[in-house]
Design a protein around this ligand. Structure first.
Ligand code: AMP
Length: 176
């Protein structure tokens, strides 16, 4: 099934004020996911944008990155590589620490999942401050793989996250 290209994905993003804490306007993607047409259209639009490009791996961080990353990999005929929180991956891992507002966190990828010769598209649902994607970029580049681009369903441009990222391309479907 191919979704109509005219579908307005913004109509499927719900704003939740003050979640998970006061002052944050949370972009809830669950209405988009529950609409077969909107979900399909989001995946197709990202796939169309990167059509014909030399990409063999889609990599994405848990949890919401997985929701879009796995179907995108299928549609693009690429593999999917999960980037996970500490202690979740069973085999040997490569890790990347990153700073949060308070303290730090860590992302991991299997040591044999990415390396020289892989051409990688990183994907996430939302680009906010850019900290999570920056950690994913550092992780992918530390494996020797080539990062082709970062893609997002939603970019919160007023938070300036894009300035933190230096891949060859940053692509967003919906910008606020
Ligand atoms: P970032 O600040 O770019 O590192 O964002 C971290 C993660 O939190 C992203 O991968 C998003 O999934 C999520 N996130 C951050 N801000 C929002 C928001 N306003 N609405 C929905 N998800 C968000």
């Amino acid at each position: 099934m191919t979704a109509p290209a005219t579908i307005d994905l913004r109509e499927y993003i719900r704003n939740i004020p003050d979640f998970p804490k006061p002052g944050i306007q949370f972009k809830d993607i669950t209405p988009l996911l529950s609409s077969p047409q909107a979900f399909r259209s989001a995946i197709d639009q990202v796939a169309d944008h990167f059509k014909g490009r030399d990409i063999d791996v889609i990599a994405a961080a848990e949890a919401r990155g997985f929701i879009f990353g796995a179907p995108l990999a299928m549609v693009m005929g690429a593999g999917f590589v999960p980037i996970r929180k500490p202690g979740k991956l069973p085999y040997a891992t490569i890790a990347q620490e990153y700073q949060l507002e308070y303290g730090s966190d860590r992302l991991e990828v299997h040591s044999d999942a990415l390396g020289k010769g892989h051409k990688v598209l990183l994907l996430d649902d939302v680009l906010a401050t850019g900290g999570t994607m920056k950690a994913c970029i550092d992780l992918v580049e530390s494996t020797g793989a080539q990062l082709v681009a970062c893609a997002f369903v939603i970019e919160l441009s007023f938070l300036g996250g894009r300035a933190k990222l230096s891949p060859p391309e940053v692509f967003s479907l919906i910008t606020y």
